[in-house]
Write a protein that binds this ligand. Structure first.
Ligand code: KG4
Ligand code: ZN
Length: 345
């Protein structure tokens, strides 16, 4: 089975062809970073327009990897939420038109479920072991930070989430405060590697508290207050120290709660997902803590962590295989209902 996945929920236009067992046959991502950089964040209207420009060439390139092109596509999967509604519409309308014109089945995929299953993708030259179910997954991205118990592609429960900011949002805001640019996560990550994580004392959010919730707005405020007191750091070494101190505290919170979730849900498998899972500090710290606790850590390839359509195609393939179908009435949703805990699939 060859499933074409289409993703346009935020600032990446992406298309990919994946098989039922996760082999990635093509994976095309057109980034809009240049469009949004002058504004220091994603501008929804500009995102929709950029998706309109990119979507057809991106899909054509993804499908060109198949010997008979579109004739080899068996089904179309598309992200229909959560995300920017205008951006989602571009992908969903394109998918509907293609499904109608080619007489192919269509299925809507939740972007978050895509992230939670991305670890199962098998890219060329990738030989990493894949986790069995159930596993605990930490999903940390620009818009979401939460822990999930994943029992199967069709049985996923949120078991804790952030009370305020997402981890990626905190990275992006701190980068902006220091004047690093957008998107901030990778820039903070690179600088943090050169700094001393113990040089600046920042609050350790929720770490002493029971439960599986996160909170990052206090940490962000603490960095803002440091900048207000000391001024924007001009020297590379002070910037590196600030990034290292911020990242260490944030990563400690993510890892402590993830390990606690594995204990609480009695699983020895932890999966990292979402854009922040690309963070080197998080990967290292999670590996060390999991080794100490006897938990096996599974980290997707970098290209599977940040937004991509391969995870949407893979999730769509699982849904198709289980008989799920959508039709031309498929709609988009900007947000999931604000559940503190509970089943998402
Ligand atoms: O999953 P993603 O690509 O898009 C969303 O669905 O939000 O995540 C994007 C977020 C951004 O906030 C970005 O700054 C962050 O992931 N990010 C990182 C790193 N790479 C991307 N944060 C920390 N370290 C990184 N290396
Ligand atoms: Zn995402």
């Amino acid at each position: 089975m060859h499933v074409l996945g289409i993703e346009s929920s935020c600032d990446e236009t992406a298309a990919s062809v994946v098989t039922l067992n996760g082999d990635v046959l093509s994976d095309v991502v057109a980034s809009q970073v240049e469009v949004h950089t002058p504004y220091g964040g994603v501008v929804p209207e500009l995102a929709s327009r950029a998706h309109l420009h990119a979507i057809v060439p991106v899909i054509e390139e993804a499908v060109a990897a198949l010997p008979r092109g579109f004739d080899d596509v068996d089904a179309i999967a598309v992200t229909n939420g959560p995300g920017l509604v205008g951006a989602l519409f571009v992908g969903v309308q394109t998918a509907k038109a293609l499904a109608f014109a080619r007489n192919l089945p269509l299925v809507g995929v939740d972007h978050l479920v895509g992230h939670l299953l991305a670890v199962h993708l098998r890219r060329a030259n990738e030989s990493e072991a894949k986790p069995d179910y159930p596993y605990v997954a930490l999903l940390a991205s620009g818009g979401h930070t939460a822990l999930y118990e994943v029992k199967s592609p069709f049985d996923i429960t949120m078991i804790g989430q952030t009370r305020d900011d997402a981890a990626g949002e905190a990275f992006d805001k701190v980068a902006k405060l220091i004047g690093l640019g957008y998107p901030g996560g990778p820039l903070v990550d690179a600088l943090a590697a050169k700094g001393d994580p113990k040089s600046i004392v920042l609050p350790r959010p929720m770490i002493g508290k029971k439960g599986l919730e996160f909170s990052f707005s206090g940490l962000k405020t603490a960095v803002a207050q440091w900048v207000a007191r000391n001024g924007k750091p001009t020297s590379e070494s002070v910037r590196a120290d600030l990034c290292a101190s911020f990242q260490a505290v944030l990563v400690e919170a993510l890892v402590t709660k993830s390990v606690a979730a594995c204990e609480a849900y009695q699983t020895r498998r932890l999966v990292l997902a979402g854009g922040v899972a690309a963070n080197r500090g998080l990967r290292e710290r999670a590996k060390a803590s999991c080794d100490a606790a006897g938990i096996t850590l599974y980290v997707p390839a970098m290209a599977s962590c940040t937004d991509n359509a391969a995870m949407i195609a893979y999730t769509g393939a699982q849904l198709f295989h289980a008989g799920k179908r959508d039709d031309a009435s498929l709609s988009v949703y900007g947000r999931r209902p604000d559940v503190r805990r509970g089943k998402i699939v």
